[in-house]
Write a protein that binds this ligand. Structure first.
Ligand code: FHN
Length: 576
């Protein structure tokens, strides 16, 4: 029987369903490298010869590993799936592989198969078991070939025969994972550099053949047409609203490392993690949060504490996260974020904004049937008592304005939730609207981009001004932490706002290391380009010409975003 387009689409939608509802998963980077405590790239960084690296296996005996504890922790955090490194770039199988004795059962004194124990525990506890598999980079196998990262200290490149690796190790091992461990939620492939179109298609077919419902992430291939079921964002990269047309996931570290690093103490706070989960959910993505267990099989205390704290929040407010759809607005809200379930819209309000006593939202066209605070405990009718809501219509610009009065005390210090039951599915004003603070935020993902121009490509938007005044025009970019701004941004940018032109070489006027959207290895740079005045409410155009305005490519597969990426233009209201 041949399958037609709609049938295939329906199958795709079916297998994606659990994952879209899940929103939150646990990533685990665990392997022999934990013994060194220097992360999973140490073998390559220190060019450790295979014969020497293999000796680590003799010492790897993670007797403290307890699948029940790991799964219980993930579950308590509110995570719905676990992605564990079945094989990372060092080529060591963390499961019993018949196709390579370099595996945890045959090569270590531990002799147990932790993937099997985890898969069984996940089945018992209702979580999806998923595997990370480094399909192209393999520093242990003499014939693995990646575009850049190969073990050439043991095996000269010219002596490598890729298919000896591909057909005798990679494909058979992927098959083992798909046939010996019960239902597999997804295979998380990584670092596909150099994989051909043919081999990309082959590995996708291979997964479909052995487990048709198993999902595949986009890092399976660098070829857009073979990019799996969903988009893996760059490491620690949270996109703009609507930047991806496909379902997406952000893989994120709890500190700055994936595999166990004993010196890395740059832990994200639990509060920051909750805000990031909220931000990701409001943009329609999933968050895959990583732990790097020790060589004894322990998840570091700092990670446990953070996951438990996030879990205390998700257990109270998960209603506003799981199985929700993204905010109907195409821009971030300054006070927090929005998610939706059918006709209920959740306003997830950051602690400091709650104390302002009320929340304003512009551009929601629905009538509100009922507004209440999620108490996060056993919500009874009393807890759902209605909040005072006022809705106005701004005649001059044809806009609905909503004002919700908040009770004095917030149910939670980090993020509290107001539910708005609407008269139907959310229906919002599609324009770029001035935010209730008076600022206007325009994301590059939604700009009309035109190529050419002396200062570079041009990004254009139209926006709606309600309350005119004086505005600083601020360019927001994400910069990789190890990049010098001046190495990249030495060209003039030109902004034209409501007919007023300003130009300058952008400087770093403010640098934020951690916001709900931005984290290591990125830093959020604000550059003030100049000041403009707008005297009347109405519709205005804004254009930005810069070498950093890139034409849209449709597909972007990278582990790390470019050194500098333009995100937004912000008009900051400085005077009425
Ligand atoms: O090289 C790997 C790295 O070790 C880690 O596994 C991350 C997780 O997303 N992926 C690759 C780099 O992006």
């Amino acid at each position: 029987m041949s399958l037609s387009g709609p049938v295939i689409e329906a199958q795709e939608a079916d297998r994606m369903q659990w994952w879209k509802a899940a929103k939150f998963g646990l990533f685990v980077h665990w392997g022999l490298y934990a013994l060194h405590g220097k992360g999973e790239w140490h073998m390559s960084g220190a060019k450790i010869p295979v014969k020497e690296y293999e000796k680590l296996a003799e010492r790897f005996n993670p007797v403290k590993f307890d699948a029940r504890e790991w799964v219980a922790l993930a579950k308590a955090a509110g995570m719905k799936y676990i992605v564990v490194t079945a094989k990372h770039h060092d080529g060591f199988a963390m499961y019993h592989s018949e196709h390579d004795p370099f595996n945890i059962v045959d090569a270590t004194p531990f002799r147990r198969d932790p993937m099997k124990e985890l898969a069984e525990e996940c089945q018992r506890e209702g979580l999806r078991m998923c595997f990370y598999y480094s399909h192209v980079i393999d520093w242990h196998h003499p014939h693995a070939i990646h575009e850049f990262y190969n073990n050439t200290w043991d095996y000269p490149l010219e002596e490598k025969a890729f298919y000896a690796y591909w057909n005798r190790k990679a494909k058979p091992q992927v098959k083992e994972l798909l046939t010996k461990y019960g239902p597999v939620g997804l295979i998380w492939f990584d670092t596909a550099g150099g994989l051909s179109k043919k081999d990309s298609q082959e590995i996708i077919n291979w997964v479909r053949e052995h487990q048709p419902a198993c999902l595949i992430n986009s890092r399976v291939s660098h070829w857009p047409q073979y990019a799996g079921d969903y988009s893996s964002k760059g490491d620690n990269e949270i996109p703009m609203h609507g930047e991806d047309s496909r379902p997406w996931e952000t893989p994120m570290t709890l500190n700055d490392s994936w595999g166990y690093q004993n010196k890395d103490q740059s832990w994200k706070s639990s509060e920051a993690l909750i805000r990031k989960l909220v931000d990701v959910a409001s943009k329609g993505g999933n968050l895959l949060l990583n732990v790097g267990p020790t060589a004894e099989g322990d998840i570091p205390d700092e990670s446990v504490e953070r996951l438990e704290a996030v879990g205390r929040w998700t257990s109270r407010f998960g209603e506003a996260i799981y199985d929700t759809t993204p905010s109907p607005f195409h821009y971030e809200q300054e006070w927090g974020a929005i998610t939706v379930r059918d006709t209920t819209m959740y306003l997830l309000i950051h602690g400091p904004y709650w104390s302002k006593g009320s929340i304003h939202l512009y551009g929601l066209n629905n009538a509100i049937r009922h507004a209440y605070v999620l108490q996060g405990d056993d919500a009874d009718d009393e807890a759902r008592k209605p909040l005072a809501v006022q809705q106005h219509y701004h005649e001059a610009v044809g806009l609905h304005q909503l004002h919700v009065t908040l009770p004095l005390s917030a149910p939670d210090d980090v993020v509290s939730v107001v539910a708005l039951e609407l008269d139907g599915k959310p229906h919002v004003d599609p324009r770029w609207l001035q935010l209730p603070t008076g600022n206007i935020r325009l994301d590059i993902a939604h700009a009309k981009v035109m190529s050419g121009g002396e200062a570079g490509n041009e990004a254009g938007w139209s926006f709606t001004m309600l309350e005119p005044g004086e505005f600083d025009v601020v360019m927001i970019a994400f910069k990789r932490f190890n990049q010098e701004w001046s190495d990249h941004c030495h060209q003039e940018v030109v902004a034209t706002v409501a007919g007023q032109q300003i130009s300058c070489i952008p400087a770093v006027d403010m640098l934020l290391e951690d916001t709900p959207t931005c984290q290591h290895p990125y830093e959020e740079v604000h550059s003030v380009l100049g000041r403009v005045q707008i005297r009347q409410p109405g519709e205005y155009d804004i254009r930005l010409q810069s070498a950093w305005v890139k034409e849209k490519t449709g597909f972007f597969e990278a582990w790390q975003a470019a050194p500098i990426r333009l995100r937004s233009l912000l008009l900051v209201k400085v005077a009425p």
